[in-house]
Ligand binder design. Structure first.
Ligand SMILES: [Mn+2]
Length: 317
């Protein structure tokens, strides 16, 4: 039997909650799910959620108005700080120092590369998402519709609408239970997953147009440079989901999407179709993630970085 979240936080009078930089669905869903749950089950406790620039895909979720996006450092350190969906402490970004200052720390995560940086770590690499891990620590009767929606969104995004191999029987049982709370699933799936802004659509179009096959067709790669991003008026968040589109190309083992975020500073997103462990490859560049989905940031010559990347991929063929 898992320990319940309210027992894990015990007698903390002040609680901070945060996810990772560039929050995705699982990060936003787990932070809000955790926040809404603690707010409903705890009395006379100050709970403060932090998230950076939240994508419009999550604007339907409850609790967003309470989220601190300015990363105000509290005068007094928190009694307890909860990290969600972070594989390592640096992923907390602007919250890293606030987290370090807290009297006690707890982390919930599902990254196989998790470094167990908190005082207490609940890490399950077999779980689809942090939302699935968190669900295992919530008293079911205390889960209301807004909490269920937040967790559902997290699982939805980390499973690519229940199609990635991380989707297990347990995942679907969790989702089934969440649905029993009355979620309008068709609307949520469309609004949070499939709906694109026009600039997201243009970024996807340009990325597909620029895609190239490497290593005999086993690797597909697309690079969007700063100039590309500027030409279509795209922002960093507008490229989410591109690498998953690349992955479904016939014959491809690894999909690579590269985005230039600063001059000669690149964000690599990798997806595998099963043979290649992209978490292992990303770790070689100081990044992390999962066997089938991982990434890293690297500076330098793009051609050299790609050459190194292909060499590492080839070792696994
Ligand atoms: Mn996640």
């Amino acid at each position: 039997m898992n320990e319940f979240l309210e027992d894990i936080v015990r007698d903390a009078g002040t609680i901070g909650i945060a996810g990772h930089v560039h929050p995705d669905g699982d990060c936003v869903g787990s932070v809000l799910g955790c926040y809404l749950y603690l707010k409903s089950v705890l009395k006379n406790v100050t709970i403060h959620p932090y998230l950076e620039n939240i994508s419009g895909s999550f604007s339907m979720l409850s609790g967003l108005a309470d989220v601190d996006t300015s990363f105000q450092v509290p005068e007094e350190p928190y009694d307890l700080f909860i990290s969600l969906d972070c594989g390592s402490i640096d992923r907390l970004g602007k919250c890293e120092d606030i987290f370090r200052a807290a009297k006690r720390t707890v982390a919930f995560d599902h990254h196989i590369t998790n470094t167990e940086f908190a005082d207490v770590n609940f890490v399950d690499a077999s779980a689809s998402s942090t939302c699935e891990v968190l669900f295992g620590h919530l008293r079911r009767a205390a889960i209301d519709l807004p909490i269920a929606e937040a967790l559902y969104i997290g699982i939805l995004h980390d499973t690519g609408v229940f199609k990635y191999s991380c989707t297990s029987e347990k995942t679907m049982c969790t989702v089934g239970y969440l649905m029993s709370k009355g979620i309008d699933t068709a609307t949520l799936v469309d609004r949070s997953f499939y709906m694109k802004t026009f600039s997201q659509l243009k970024a996807l179009g340009l990325a597909l147009d620029k895609a190239e096959l490497e290593l005999g067709g086993k690797v597909i790669v697309t690079v969007l440079t700063l100039a590309d991003m500027k030409s279509i008026g795209a922002k960093i968040n507008d490229t989410e989901g591109i690498v998953s589109e690349l992955r479904t190309t016939e014959g491809v083992e690894v999909a690579v999407f590269v985005r230039e975020d600063l001059p000669e500073m690149y964000k690599f997103s990798l997806r595998s179709n099963g043979k290649v462990d992209v978490a292992n490859i990303s770790a070689g560049f100081g990044g992390g993630g999962h066997k089938m989905a991982a990434g890293f940031t690297a500076a330098g010559s793009l051609n050299e970085l790609l050459t190194q990347l292909y060499a590492l991929i080839m070792l696994q063929f």
